[in-house]
Design a protein. Structure first.
Length: 444
C-alpha cells in the first residue's frame, strides 16, 4: 500500500507540473557530452512496442531519483543523458536495465539504472556515483548491433558480449571475460535448489522454505500491481519536462516535507576507496571487513593504511583459506574466524527491518548475498558488503475543494561495497527478487 501511494503521489505531481505539452522534453544539455554506447531512438522505440518499459517512463523515475540523490553526491545542476545504455540479461538476452548517465558541467559523473523489464521489480534499482567510460571499439560494436551490454558483474562492471564471436569483454578495457555469471531470482533458486544447497544457505526446515517462497510470490504480486498503477498515469508522466521534474522543492506546493535518514559505518566508509583486490567476491568481502576492523580485527596481516601490496596479500590469504568457487555463509564464517577475532552470524533472509537495526546497534557491516549462477549449471553466489543505508521520506499534501489530506512515501537504499576491479561503490534499492540472504559480523 505504501508503494501504491508513492506511485499515485508521483502521478499527482506529474499532473500538476504538466503544461500544454503532450511529449517528454529533455532539458538542454551540453552538446559536447556524448554517451558512448547509448542506444539509438529506433531501438528504444522498438523495445517499447515489444512491451518493455518505455525508456521515457524509466527516465522520469531516474530524474526523480537524481533529484533525491543530488545532496548526497553533490549533483547540483546535473541532468540525465537523453538516451540510456541498454543492459541485457545474459541468461535470456532480454533487456534488463536502462542506464542513464548523470551529466554535470559537461562531464558524466554518475549513472542511474532503471528497469527495462517490468518483471524485474521497481523502476529504479541502482544509483552509481561513477560512470563507466565505454571504449571506442565496444561502442562501435554496440552501435552496429554486433554487441550488447550484459549484466555480468553489473553495476560494478560493464561487460559487452559480441554476438558474432560469442565472446564477452570488459566494455572499458576490452579484456576478455570468461566467467559470465548472471543473477537468478530467489524463487527460481528455491524451485531448483538441492537439499544440500538449501542447507548450505541456512534453509533447514520446510517452514523456512515456505515462508521465503511466500515472500517471493507476494513480492511478484506487489510489483505487478505497481506497474499497473504506473501504466494508468503514463500519459501524465510523458507530458512532464526535465525542468518541471527538477523544479526546486520550494515551488512544489504539494510537498510539505522531505526527510533523509542515512548513516554509514565510518571505519569501512572511510576505506571504501582503498585498493580493491577484485577477484572472488566472498574473499573480497572478508578482506574489506578485515580492513575496516583494522587493529581491532586480531588479524596479524591487516594493513592499517592503503598499502596495495599488503591488501592484496591479505586477500590471497583469504583465497587460500576459503578455496575458490561458490561458498555459503558457513564457509565464509569459518574463513573469517580463522583470520580474525570475528565470525559471521546468519540473519533471517535479507530483511531491511533486521539488517539496518543490526548495523546501527553493533556498528558492524552486513554481508549481502545475491543469487547468481555461471552458465546454467555452476552456482556462483555473489557477495557484497553493506556499509550504509538511506531512507528518503516525502510527505505530500493533497487538496480538493475544501478537503486536505497527506500521504507519505519512503524509499530505502543499501550502500554497497563490491568486488569491482575499479573499487567503486554504489546504492542498491531494497528489494527481494535477487537479494537472497545476509549475515552480520560479530565478535567471537
Amino acid at each position: 500500500m505504501k508503494l501504491k501511494k508513492s506511485v499515485l503521489g508521483l502521478a499527482v505531481l506529474a499532473s500538476m507540473l504538466t503544461g500544454c505539452k503532450n511529449f517528454f522534453s529533455p532539458a538542454s544539455m551540453d552538446s559536447t557530452v556524448e554517451t558512448h554506447g547509448a542506444a539509438d531512438l529506433a531501438l528504444l522505440q522498438d523495445l517499447a512496442t515489444q512491451g518493455y518499459v518505455d525508456y521515457r517512463i524509466a527516465r522520469f523515475f531516474a530524474l526523480t531519483t537524481l533529484d533525491e540523490f543530488t545532496p548526497t553526491h553533490s549533483w547540483q545542476g546535473a541532468t540525465l543523458a537523453a538516451q540510456p545504455l541498454v543492459i541485457y540479461n545474459s541468461a535470456n538476452e532480454r533487456p534488463r536495465y536502462y542506464e542513464f548517465r548523470v551529466i554535470q558541467n559537461g562531464k558524466e559523473v554518475g549513472a542511474i539504472a532503471c528497469i527495462a523489464d517490468k518483471e524485474e521489480g521497481e523502476p529504479v534499482q541502482y544509483v552509481m556515483p561513477f560512470a563507466k567510460q565505454v571504449g571506442s571499439t565496444v561502442a562501435r560494436s554496440v552501435a552496429f548491433s554486433e554487441a550488447k551490454f550484459i549484466d555480468t558483474g553489473y553495476p560494478s562492471r560493464l561487460v559487452a558480449k559480441n554476438y558474432m564471436t560469442g565472446r564477452s569483454a570488459d566494455a572499458i578495457t576490452g579484456k576478455e571475460e570468461t566467467d559470465v555469471a548472471h543473477d537468478i531470482k530467489v524463487r527460481e533458486l528455491l524451485e531448483t535448489a538441492t537439499p544440500e544447497m538449501l542447507e548450505e544457505l541456512g534453509i533447514t526446515t520446510q517452514e523456512l522454505y515456505d515462508e521465503l517462497m511466500k515472500e517471493q510470490l507476494e513480492e511478484e504480486t506487489r510489483i505487478a500491481e505497481m506497474w499497473d498503477e504506473i501504466e494508468k498515469v503514463q500519459a501524465e508522466i510523458l507530458a512532464v519536462t526535465d525542468e518541471e521534474v527538477l523544479v526546486s522543492d520550494t515551488s512544489r506546493a504539494t510537498v510539505i516535507s522531505t526527510s533523509t535518514s542515512d548513516f554509514y559505518l565510518k571505519p569501512w566508509y572511510d576505506k571504501r576507496e582503498w585498493t580493491n583486490p577484485g577477484g572472488d567476491c566472498g574473499c573480497n568481502a572478508l578482506t574489506f571487513i578485515t580492513l575496516g576492523l583494522g587493529d581491532k580485527s586480531g588479524c596479524p596481516y591487516v594493513p592499517l593504511s592503503n598499502n596495495s601490496a599488503a591488501i592484496m596479500e591479505l586477500y590471497r590469504r583469504y583465497v587460500n583459506t576459503l578455496w575458490s568457487g561458490a561458498k555459503g555463509f558457513v564457509a565464509m564464517s569459518v574463513g573469517l574466524s580463522k583470520m580474525t577475532d570475528y565470525h559471521l552470524f546468519s540473519n533471517f533472509f535479507h530483511r531491511w527491518d533486521y539488517i539496518v537495526p543490526v548495523m546501527r546497534n553493533t556498528g558492524m557491516p552486513v554481508v549481502s548475498l545475491r543469487s547468481s549462477i555461471i552458465g546454467k549449471k555452476e552456482w556462483a553466489w555473489h557477495y557484497r558488503t553493506i556499509i550504509g543505508a538511506k531512507t528518503e521520506t516525502v510527505v505530500t499534501q493533497h487538496k480538493f475543494l475544501w478537503k486536505k489530506w497527506n500521504t507519505s512515501s519512503s524509499t530505502d537504499w543499501y550502500f554497497m561495497h563490491d568486488n569491482g576491479v575499479d573499487g567503486k561503490n554504489f546504492w542498491e534499492k531494497r528489494g527481494k527478487y535477487y537479494q537472497l540472504w545476509s549475515a552480520h559480523v560479530v565478535k567471537k
